[in-house]
Design a protein around this ligand. Sequence first.
Ligand code: 2HA
Ligand code: ZN
Length: 269
Amino acid sequence: MKSILENRPLLAKQVTDVAEVAGYLWQKGWAERNGGNITVNVTDVVDAEIRKLPAISDRVAIGRPLPNLKGTYFFCKGTNKRMRDLARQPMENGSVIRILDDGSHYEIIADNPVKPTSELVSHLSMHNYLIGKGSNYKAALHTHPIDLVAMTHHAPFLKKDVLTNILWSMIPETRAFCPRGLGIIPYKMPSSTELADATIKELDEYDVVMWEKHGVCSVAENIMEAFDMVDTLSKSAQIYLTAKSMGFAPDGMSQEQMKEMQIAFNLPG
Ligand code: 2HA
Ligand code: ZN
């Protein structure tokens, strides 16, 4: 069977980048079994021929109306599929979906009828929100980083911006490359519309949010950037816990040093 990626280098690049990131998630130990999910809005690289492709699945209800997504296309990791398999065979472990004109249903158009991620409602709600605010962000990543998730098992860290400040202060890069910090979402059932709502509320302020005792979610222009922010935060978490395991609490950069970074890089305050 001919793949939708054939002779479509721009779409193929999006899928190849997802596969590369899926491999990193597995190597990092953040993607046990089917853990985590990725969606990328590929509408910009969809041509007229793709728009005419028939569905290879039934129409499936998303679970809520998402009016900004009418006629958009996404590459999605499949539900119950492993990141380590997505890395090697992206079109067997993910699929391209079309959001129908009612904004409430999707259908799979290629290459295989792989049902999209269990967190589809959260992912699509984030994309709907991003389009609504005129953002150029196209990628959403959810993964289970050991260090960052561990930090959400400690109530004092769940207060607004406590973790942001600890992680920013571990190494200058973290503030530079994750300038909006880390939002916190109190525990909610995975795959629920409550989790989706809480996530989009936090995206007003943050590009990366923690789902308490579960994982992290990030949005960015592309999947590499979404990964890089989580990787940078995880580096800071590693430094924090390495210091702790050596028997001391890390000093952290001072507020003056952090301010200096903010000014030098023209970062949000
Ligand atoms: O896809 O990570 O949150 C499996 C999950 C659900
Ligand atoms: Zn998860």
